[in-house]
Design a protein around this ligand. Structure first.
Ligand code: CA
Length: 218
């Protein structure tokens, strides 16, 4: 089994290479974001251990780029211990798992083996309606072929509208599914985000159905 370790701290990288080698993995090390990305693209690895704070490109950018390119290699992120970075973000960008430094080497090996058994994640189908395409695995959104940048919440609202298309989605179900069930949020927040989406996607693409909710206009 071949593992790529992308880590700029030399001692950490050497310890990982040595330890994983002793576990029977074939290990390569990359010491910055760009060379890590390049190796992950072309190296044919079974898994990648990816530090978040890297020179050149962050681990987030590396994993997001791989996913955008359709590369599903299992990725385990290593995050700094101070919680400066949000691990949930890493999973959003397409990582499969994460560990916070300092971590137990035994746990790292167990997680890696689990990821390798699972293999590359199957890619969920791209959603497509009303001139909008949304790729759930790369989180890429395009309107008439042009890329659009959405925040995490905007993305989730749009994903719900696309999955429901051509049906209407109620404000309440958006509130539950995007902001969390049981969270008695203000339904007006949904209107606010629909407004953001209209500005980014084109006002005409999201229709308000009075008294029932929203739907995409084909
Ligand atoms: Ca680092």
């Amino acid at each position: 089994m071949r593992v790529l370790v992308v880590e700029d701290e030399q001692r950490m990288a050497a310890a990982l290479a040595r330890g994983l080698g002793a576990e029977g993995f074939v290990v390569d090390v990359a010491a910055d974001g760009p060379s890590g990305l390049e190796s992950a693209r072309f190296g044919g690895y079974d898994a990648v251990v990816l530090d978040i704070m890297l020179p050149g490109l962050s681990g987030y950018t590396v994993v997001r780029t791989l996913r955008e390119e359709g590369n599903g290699v299992p990725v385990l992120l290593l995050s700094a211990k101070d919680g400066e970075y949000d691990q949930a973000d890493g999973l959003d960008y397409g990582a499969d798992d994460y560990l916070t430094k300092p971590f137990s080497f035994v746990v790292l090996v167990a997680r890696l083996r689990a990821l390798m058994r699972r293999g590359p994640a199957p890619r969920p189908p791209v959603l497509d309606a009303a001139g909008i395409t949304l790729d759930p695995s790369s989180r890429r959104v395009e309107v008439e072929g042009a890329a659009v940048d959405l925040s995490r919440t905007e993305f989730l609202v749009l994903e719900h509208l696309l999955r429901a298309h051509p049906s209407v989605v109620s404000k309440e179900s958006l509130l539950d599914d995007v902001w969390g069930a049981g969270q008695r949020g203000d339904p007006n927040v949904v209107e606010v985000y629909i407004g953001y989406l209209r500005r980014k996607l084109g006002r005409e693409r999201i229709e308000t159905v009075r008294g029932s909710g929203y739907r995409l206009r084909a």
